[in-house]
Design a protein around this ligand. Structure first.
Ligand code: DAH
Length: 343
């Protein structure tokens, strides 16, 4: 038995010098330590060793086993280091400073246009705020004068969460918090992603973007509203557009309007894009309802204001000529990049 152990010791010394690669090392481990390996067989034979010799042979087997295990670990560590050095050496041949040509993604046309609109409103004294995507029922509906029984709640096909909260259906959901925080003299713009449980087609998405604004002060008038809207649309469409108001209905404004702009494609002469009317319906708006101001702790006897909720995806489509809203939520980088250049 002792002889056998010494033979294995020698065999291992020889074999370990031959193990060069990761695979060689694993083969060596299996040859000695595997289920059918030399050491396992040796341990089986050890059971037949009797009497006095048992202790000495046991110690010899153990020390050989430990030596093999230790050597294999060392071989593995050395090999990993060698491979790492090789990789680093190869990496040196790659020039990471070369400009990347393609495939790095693109800004969504929405992101580009939103930045332009934000800049414009900032230049007109607005503060920019963010809204939550998950909102309480109170913020989304009650606080903006949409009580439980109001038909507007059915109009909005809402994604309700199990805890009674909602995926915000409108940026107006942030009005109450913003008016509370900014107080009675404020100009705030709050863009945001909204969600409605709608069937999706070329002009409807269940996930879409709005840009909402509020202005509150003393003696705010509809003329002020028209002025801001006209400035914004001129800036965004880069055309000298005119706007007009038609009566509308929203629970959070009184009076409420639909704001149209002269079609930027035909300068109001009439074309396919504006159904030959010369006008494009762009932005619902109105004078903030006294109940909404009151609910936000603002005295409606002393202050008033206007609000608007721009259907932002539609504006992006008008600017870029994109004919399907679904592209805006796609990850088609090539297409988004192409349309981004049209903003
Ligand atoms: N929240 C409305 C909607 O999603 C849009 C809107 C209309 C917002 C009029 C306003 C407003 O602030 O004054 O349909």
């Amino acid at each position: 038995m002792k002889e056998k152990i010494n033979e294995l010791k020698e065999l291992f010394s020889k074999r370990k010098t031959e193990a060069q690669t990761k695979e060689d090392i694993e083969a060596l481990r299996l040859e000695f330590m595997g289920k059918k390996g030399h050491i396992t067989t040796l341990m089986g034979d050890f059971r037949n060793v009797l009497g006095e010799q048992k202790r000495e042979i046991g110690m010899m087997i153990n020390s050989l086993k430990q030596e093999i295990e230790k050597t294999i670990e060392e071989l593995k560590a050395k090999n990993e280091q060698k491979e790492m050095d090789k990789r680093l050496e190869n990496d040196k041949k790659i020039d990471y400073t070369l400009p990347v040509e393609d495939g790095v993604g693109a800004l969504n046309p929405r992101t580009i246009l939103q930045k332009q609109i934000v800049d414009l409103f900032v230049s007109m004294g607005f503060t920019i705020e963010d809204g939550n995507e998950i909102e309480t029922e109170y913020n989304n509906f009650d606080s903006v004068n949409v009580p439980a029984t109001h038909p507007a709640r059915d109009m909005q096909d809402t994604f309700w969460l199990d805890n009674g909260e909602v995926l915000k259906t409108q940026t107006s959901a942030a009005q109450n918090r913003i008016l509370r925080e900014h107080g009675p003299k404020c100009r705030v713009l709050f863009p945001g992603r909204c969600f409605r449980n709608e069937a999706v087609d070329a002009t409807h998405e269940n996930t879409f973007f709005q840009i909402e604004g509020v202005v509150v002060d003393e003696n705010v008038s509809v003329s002020n509203l028209i002025y801001f809207m006209e400035e914004m649309l001129k800036g965004v469409l880069k055309k000298d557009v005119k706007v007009r108001l038609r009566p509308g209905f929203f629970p959070f404004t009184e009076p409420s309007f639909e704001l149209d702009a002269t079609c930027p494609l035909c300068a109001g002469k009439g074309c396919g894009a504006c159904s030959h009317t010369g006008w494009l319906e762009l932005c619902p708006c109105g004078m903030i309802h006294p109940n909404v101001l009151k609910e936000a702790g603002i005295d409606p006897e002393k202050y008033n204001g206007f609000a608007f909720g721009l259907g932002f995806d539609r504006l992006v489509m008008i600017k870029t000529g994109l004919d399907d809203i679904r592209h805006l939520n796609s990850e088609n980088v090539k297409l988004l990049k192409q349309y981004g250049t049209k903003i």
